[in-house]
Design a protein around this ligand. Structure first.
Ligand code: ATP
Length: 287
């Protein structure tokens, strides 16, 4: 029997860089939330032990470089699994966008194969395994809304966000994560976005939430990439209550309170950007 798992995209509502660690990673604090834009993964059992990935998009590798295959191989090794799987990926999340598409696919693979191979692993165990694949995978295992610390793998679940609409757009450029991080001047950065966001979410106040949006990685990208700053200015001009770059970018998202305003933003930005989506934040599963 086939198993289908939805892999949703995330947005960073707040991102603070707290410092550089001895292992080369940055210590960060970020509030992430899932939106209803998703890849779909279909799992079917193979008895020959192979993990075979078939992707709808030729922009992602189908071999061991894909995080889906990495997740499968890791589970096989860790639990001496002799069964395999054919995994069909229907790719909808923009690639290299700052929306954790690959990490979410990896998390969905952990969920799917846990079921397919009857491993009976708990959510916490899946999240721990996920952290070995990538910094965002643990959050993607839980989904919902959360504060993430460390490299991003220490998760504190948060309640639902105030009701609102999101329009996100990915400009047709690619941004190097390494380049963004290497230009960070950690000492100059005041890290307070996450704290403000936590208070806003606790209050449940929409305006406090939009006020609290912030990303330490944004200034560099706005200066370096004209496409990102243009998109942000357009969203603001078309009436967004707040606009922010997600993660390392280049995706930019705008928040508004009503569906009508979201449609207006969507139509306006679609006039010059091809990759635009109107979405909502997902409710945490365990609320
Ligand atoms: P993040 O927000 O976690 O930084 P991202 O949205 O910027 O991630 P992804 O789309 O997850 O970026 O992937 C970026 C790179 O990872 C691409 O170079 C891609 O080839 C590779 N990759 C490996 N597996 C996948 C996958 N399942 N989906 C998308 N990209 C993948």
């Amino acid at each position: 029997m086939d198993i289908t798992v939805k892999a949703t995209a995330k947005l960073n509502l707040a991102l603070d860089i707290l410092g550089k660690r001895d292992d080369g990673y940055h210590e960060l604090e970020t509030v992430m939330a899932m939106v209803d834009l998703a890849d779909y993964l279909d799992f079917s059992l193979r008895l020959d032990g192979n993990i075979k990935l078939e992707s709808s998009s030729n922009a992602v590798p189908e071999d061991g470089r894909n995080l889906i295959v990495k997740a499968g191989l890791l589970l096989q090794r860790r639990f001496q699994v002799t069964k395999g799987a054919t995994i069909k990926l229907d790719k909808k999340i923009p690639i290299s966008a700052g929306m954790a598409g690959g990490s979410s696919d990896a998390a969905a693979t952990l969920h799917g194969l846990n079921q397919l191979w009857e491993l009976n692993l708990s959510l916490d165990e899946l999240a721990e395994i996920g952290a070995e694949i990538g910094s965002d995978v643990s959050f993607c295992v839980y989904g919902g809304v959360a504060m993430c610390n460390g490299r991003g793998e220490k998760i504190t679940p948060l309640p639902s966000l105030p009701p609102c609409w999101v329009v996100l757009a990915k400009p047709a450029i690619s941004v190097s994560t390494r380049d963004v991080f290497s230009h960070l001047e950690v000492n100059d950065i005041q890290h307070q976005h996450s704290e403000k966001m936590l208070a806003a979410i606790a209050s449940g106040d929409y305006y406090q939430m939009v006020e609290a949006l912030g990303n330490d990685l944004e200034d560099y990208s706005l200066e370096k990439y004209a496409e990102i700053s243009y998109l942000k200015k357009q969203f603001e001009a078309f009436g967004a209550d707040a606009v922010l770059m997600s993660g390392t970018g280049p995706t930019v998202f705008a928040i508004v309170k009503t569906e009508k305003k979201a449609k207006r933003l969507y139509n306006s930005v679609s006039g010059f950007c091809k990759n635009v989506h109107m979405v909502r934040f997902l409710k945490p599963q365990f609320e």
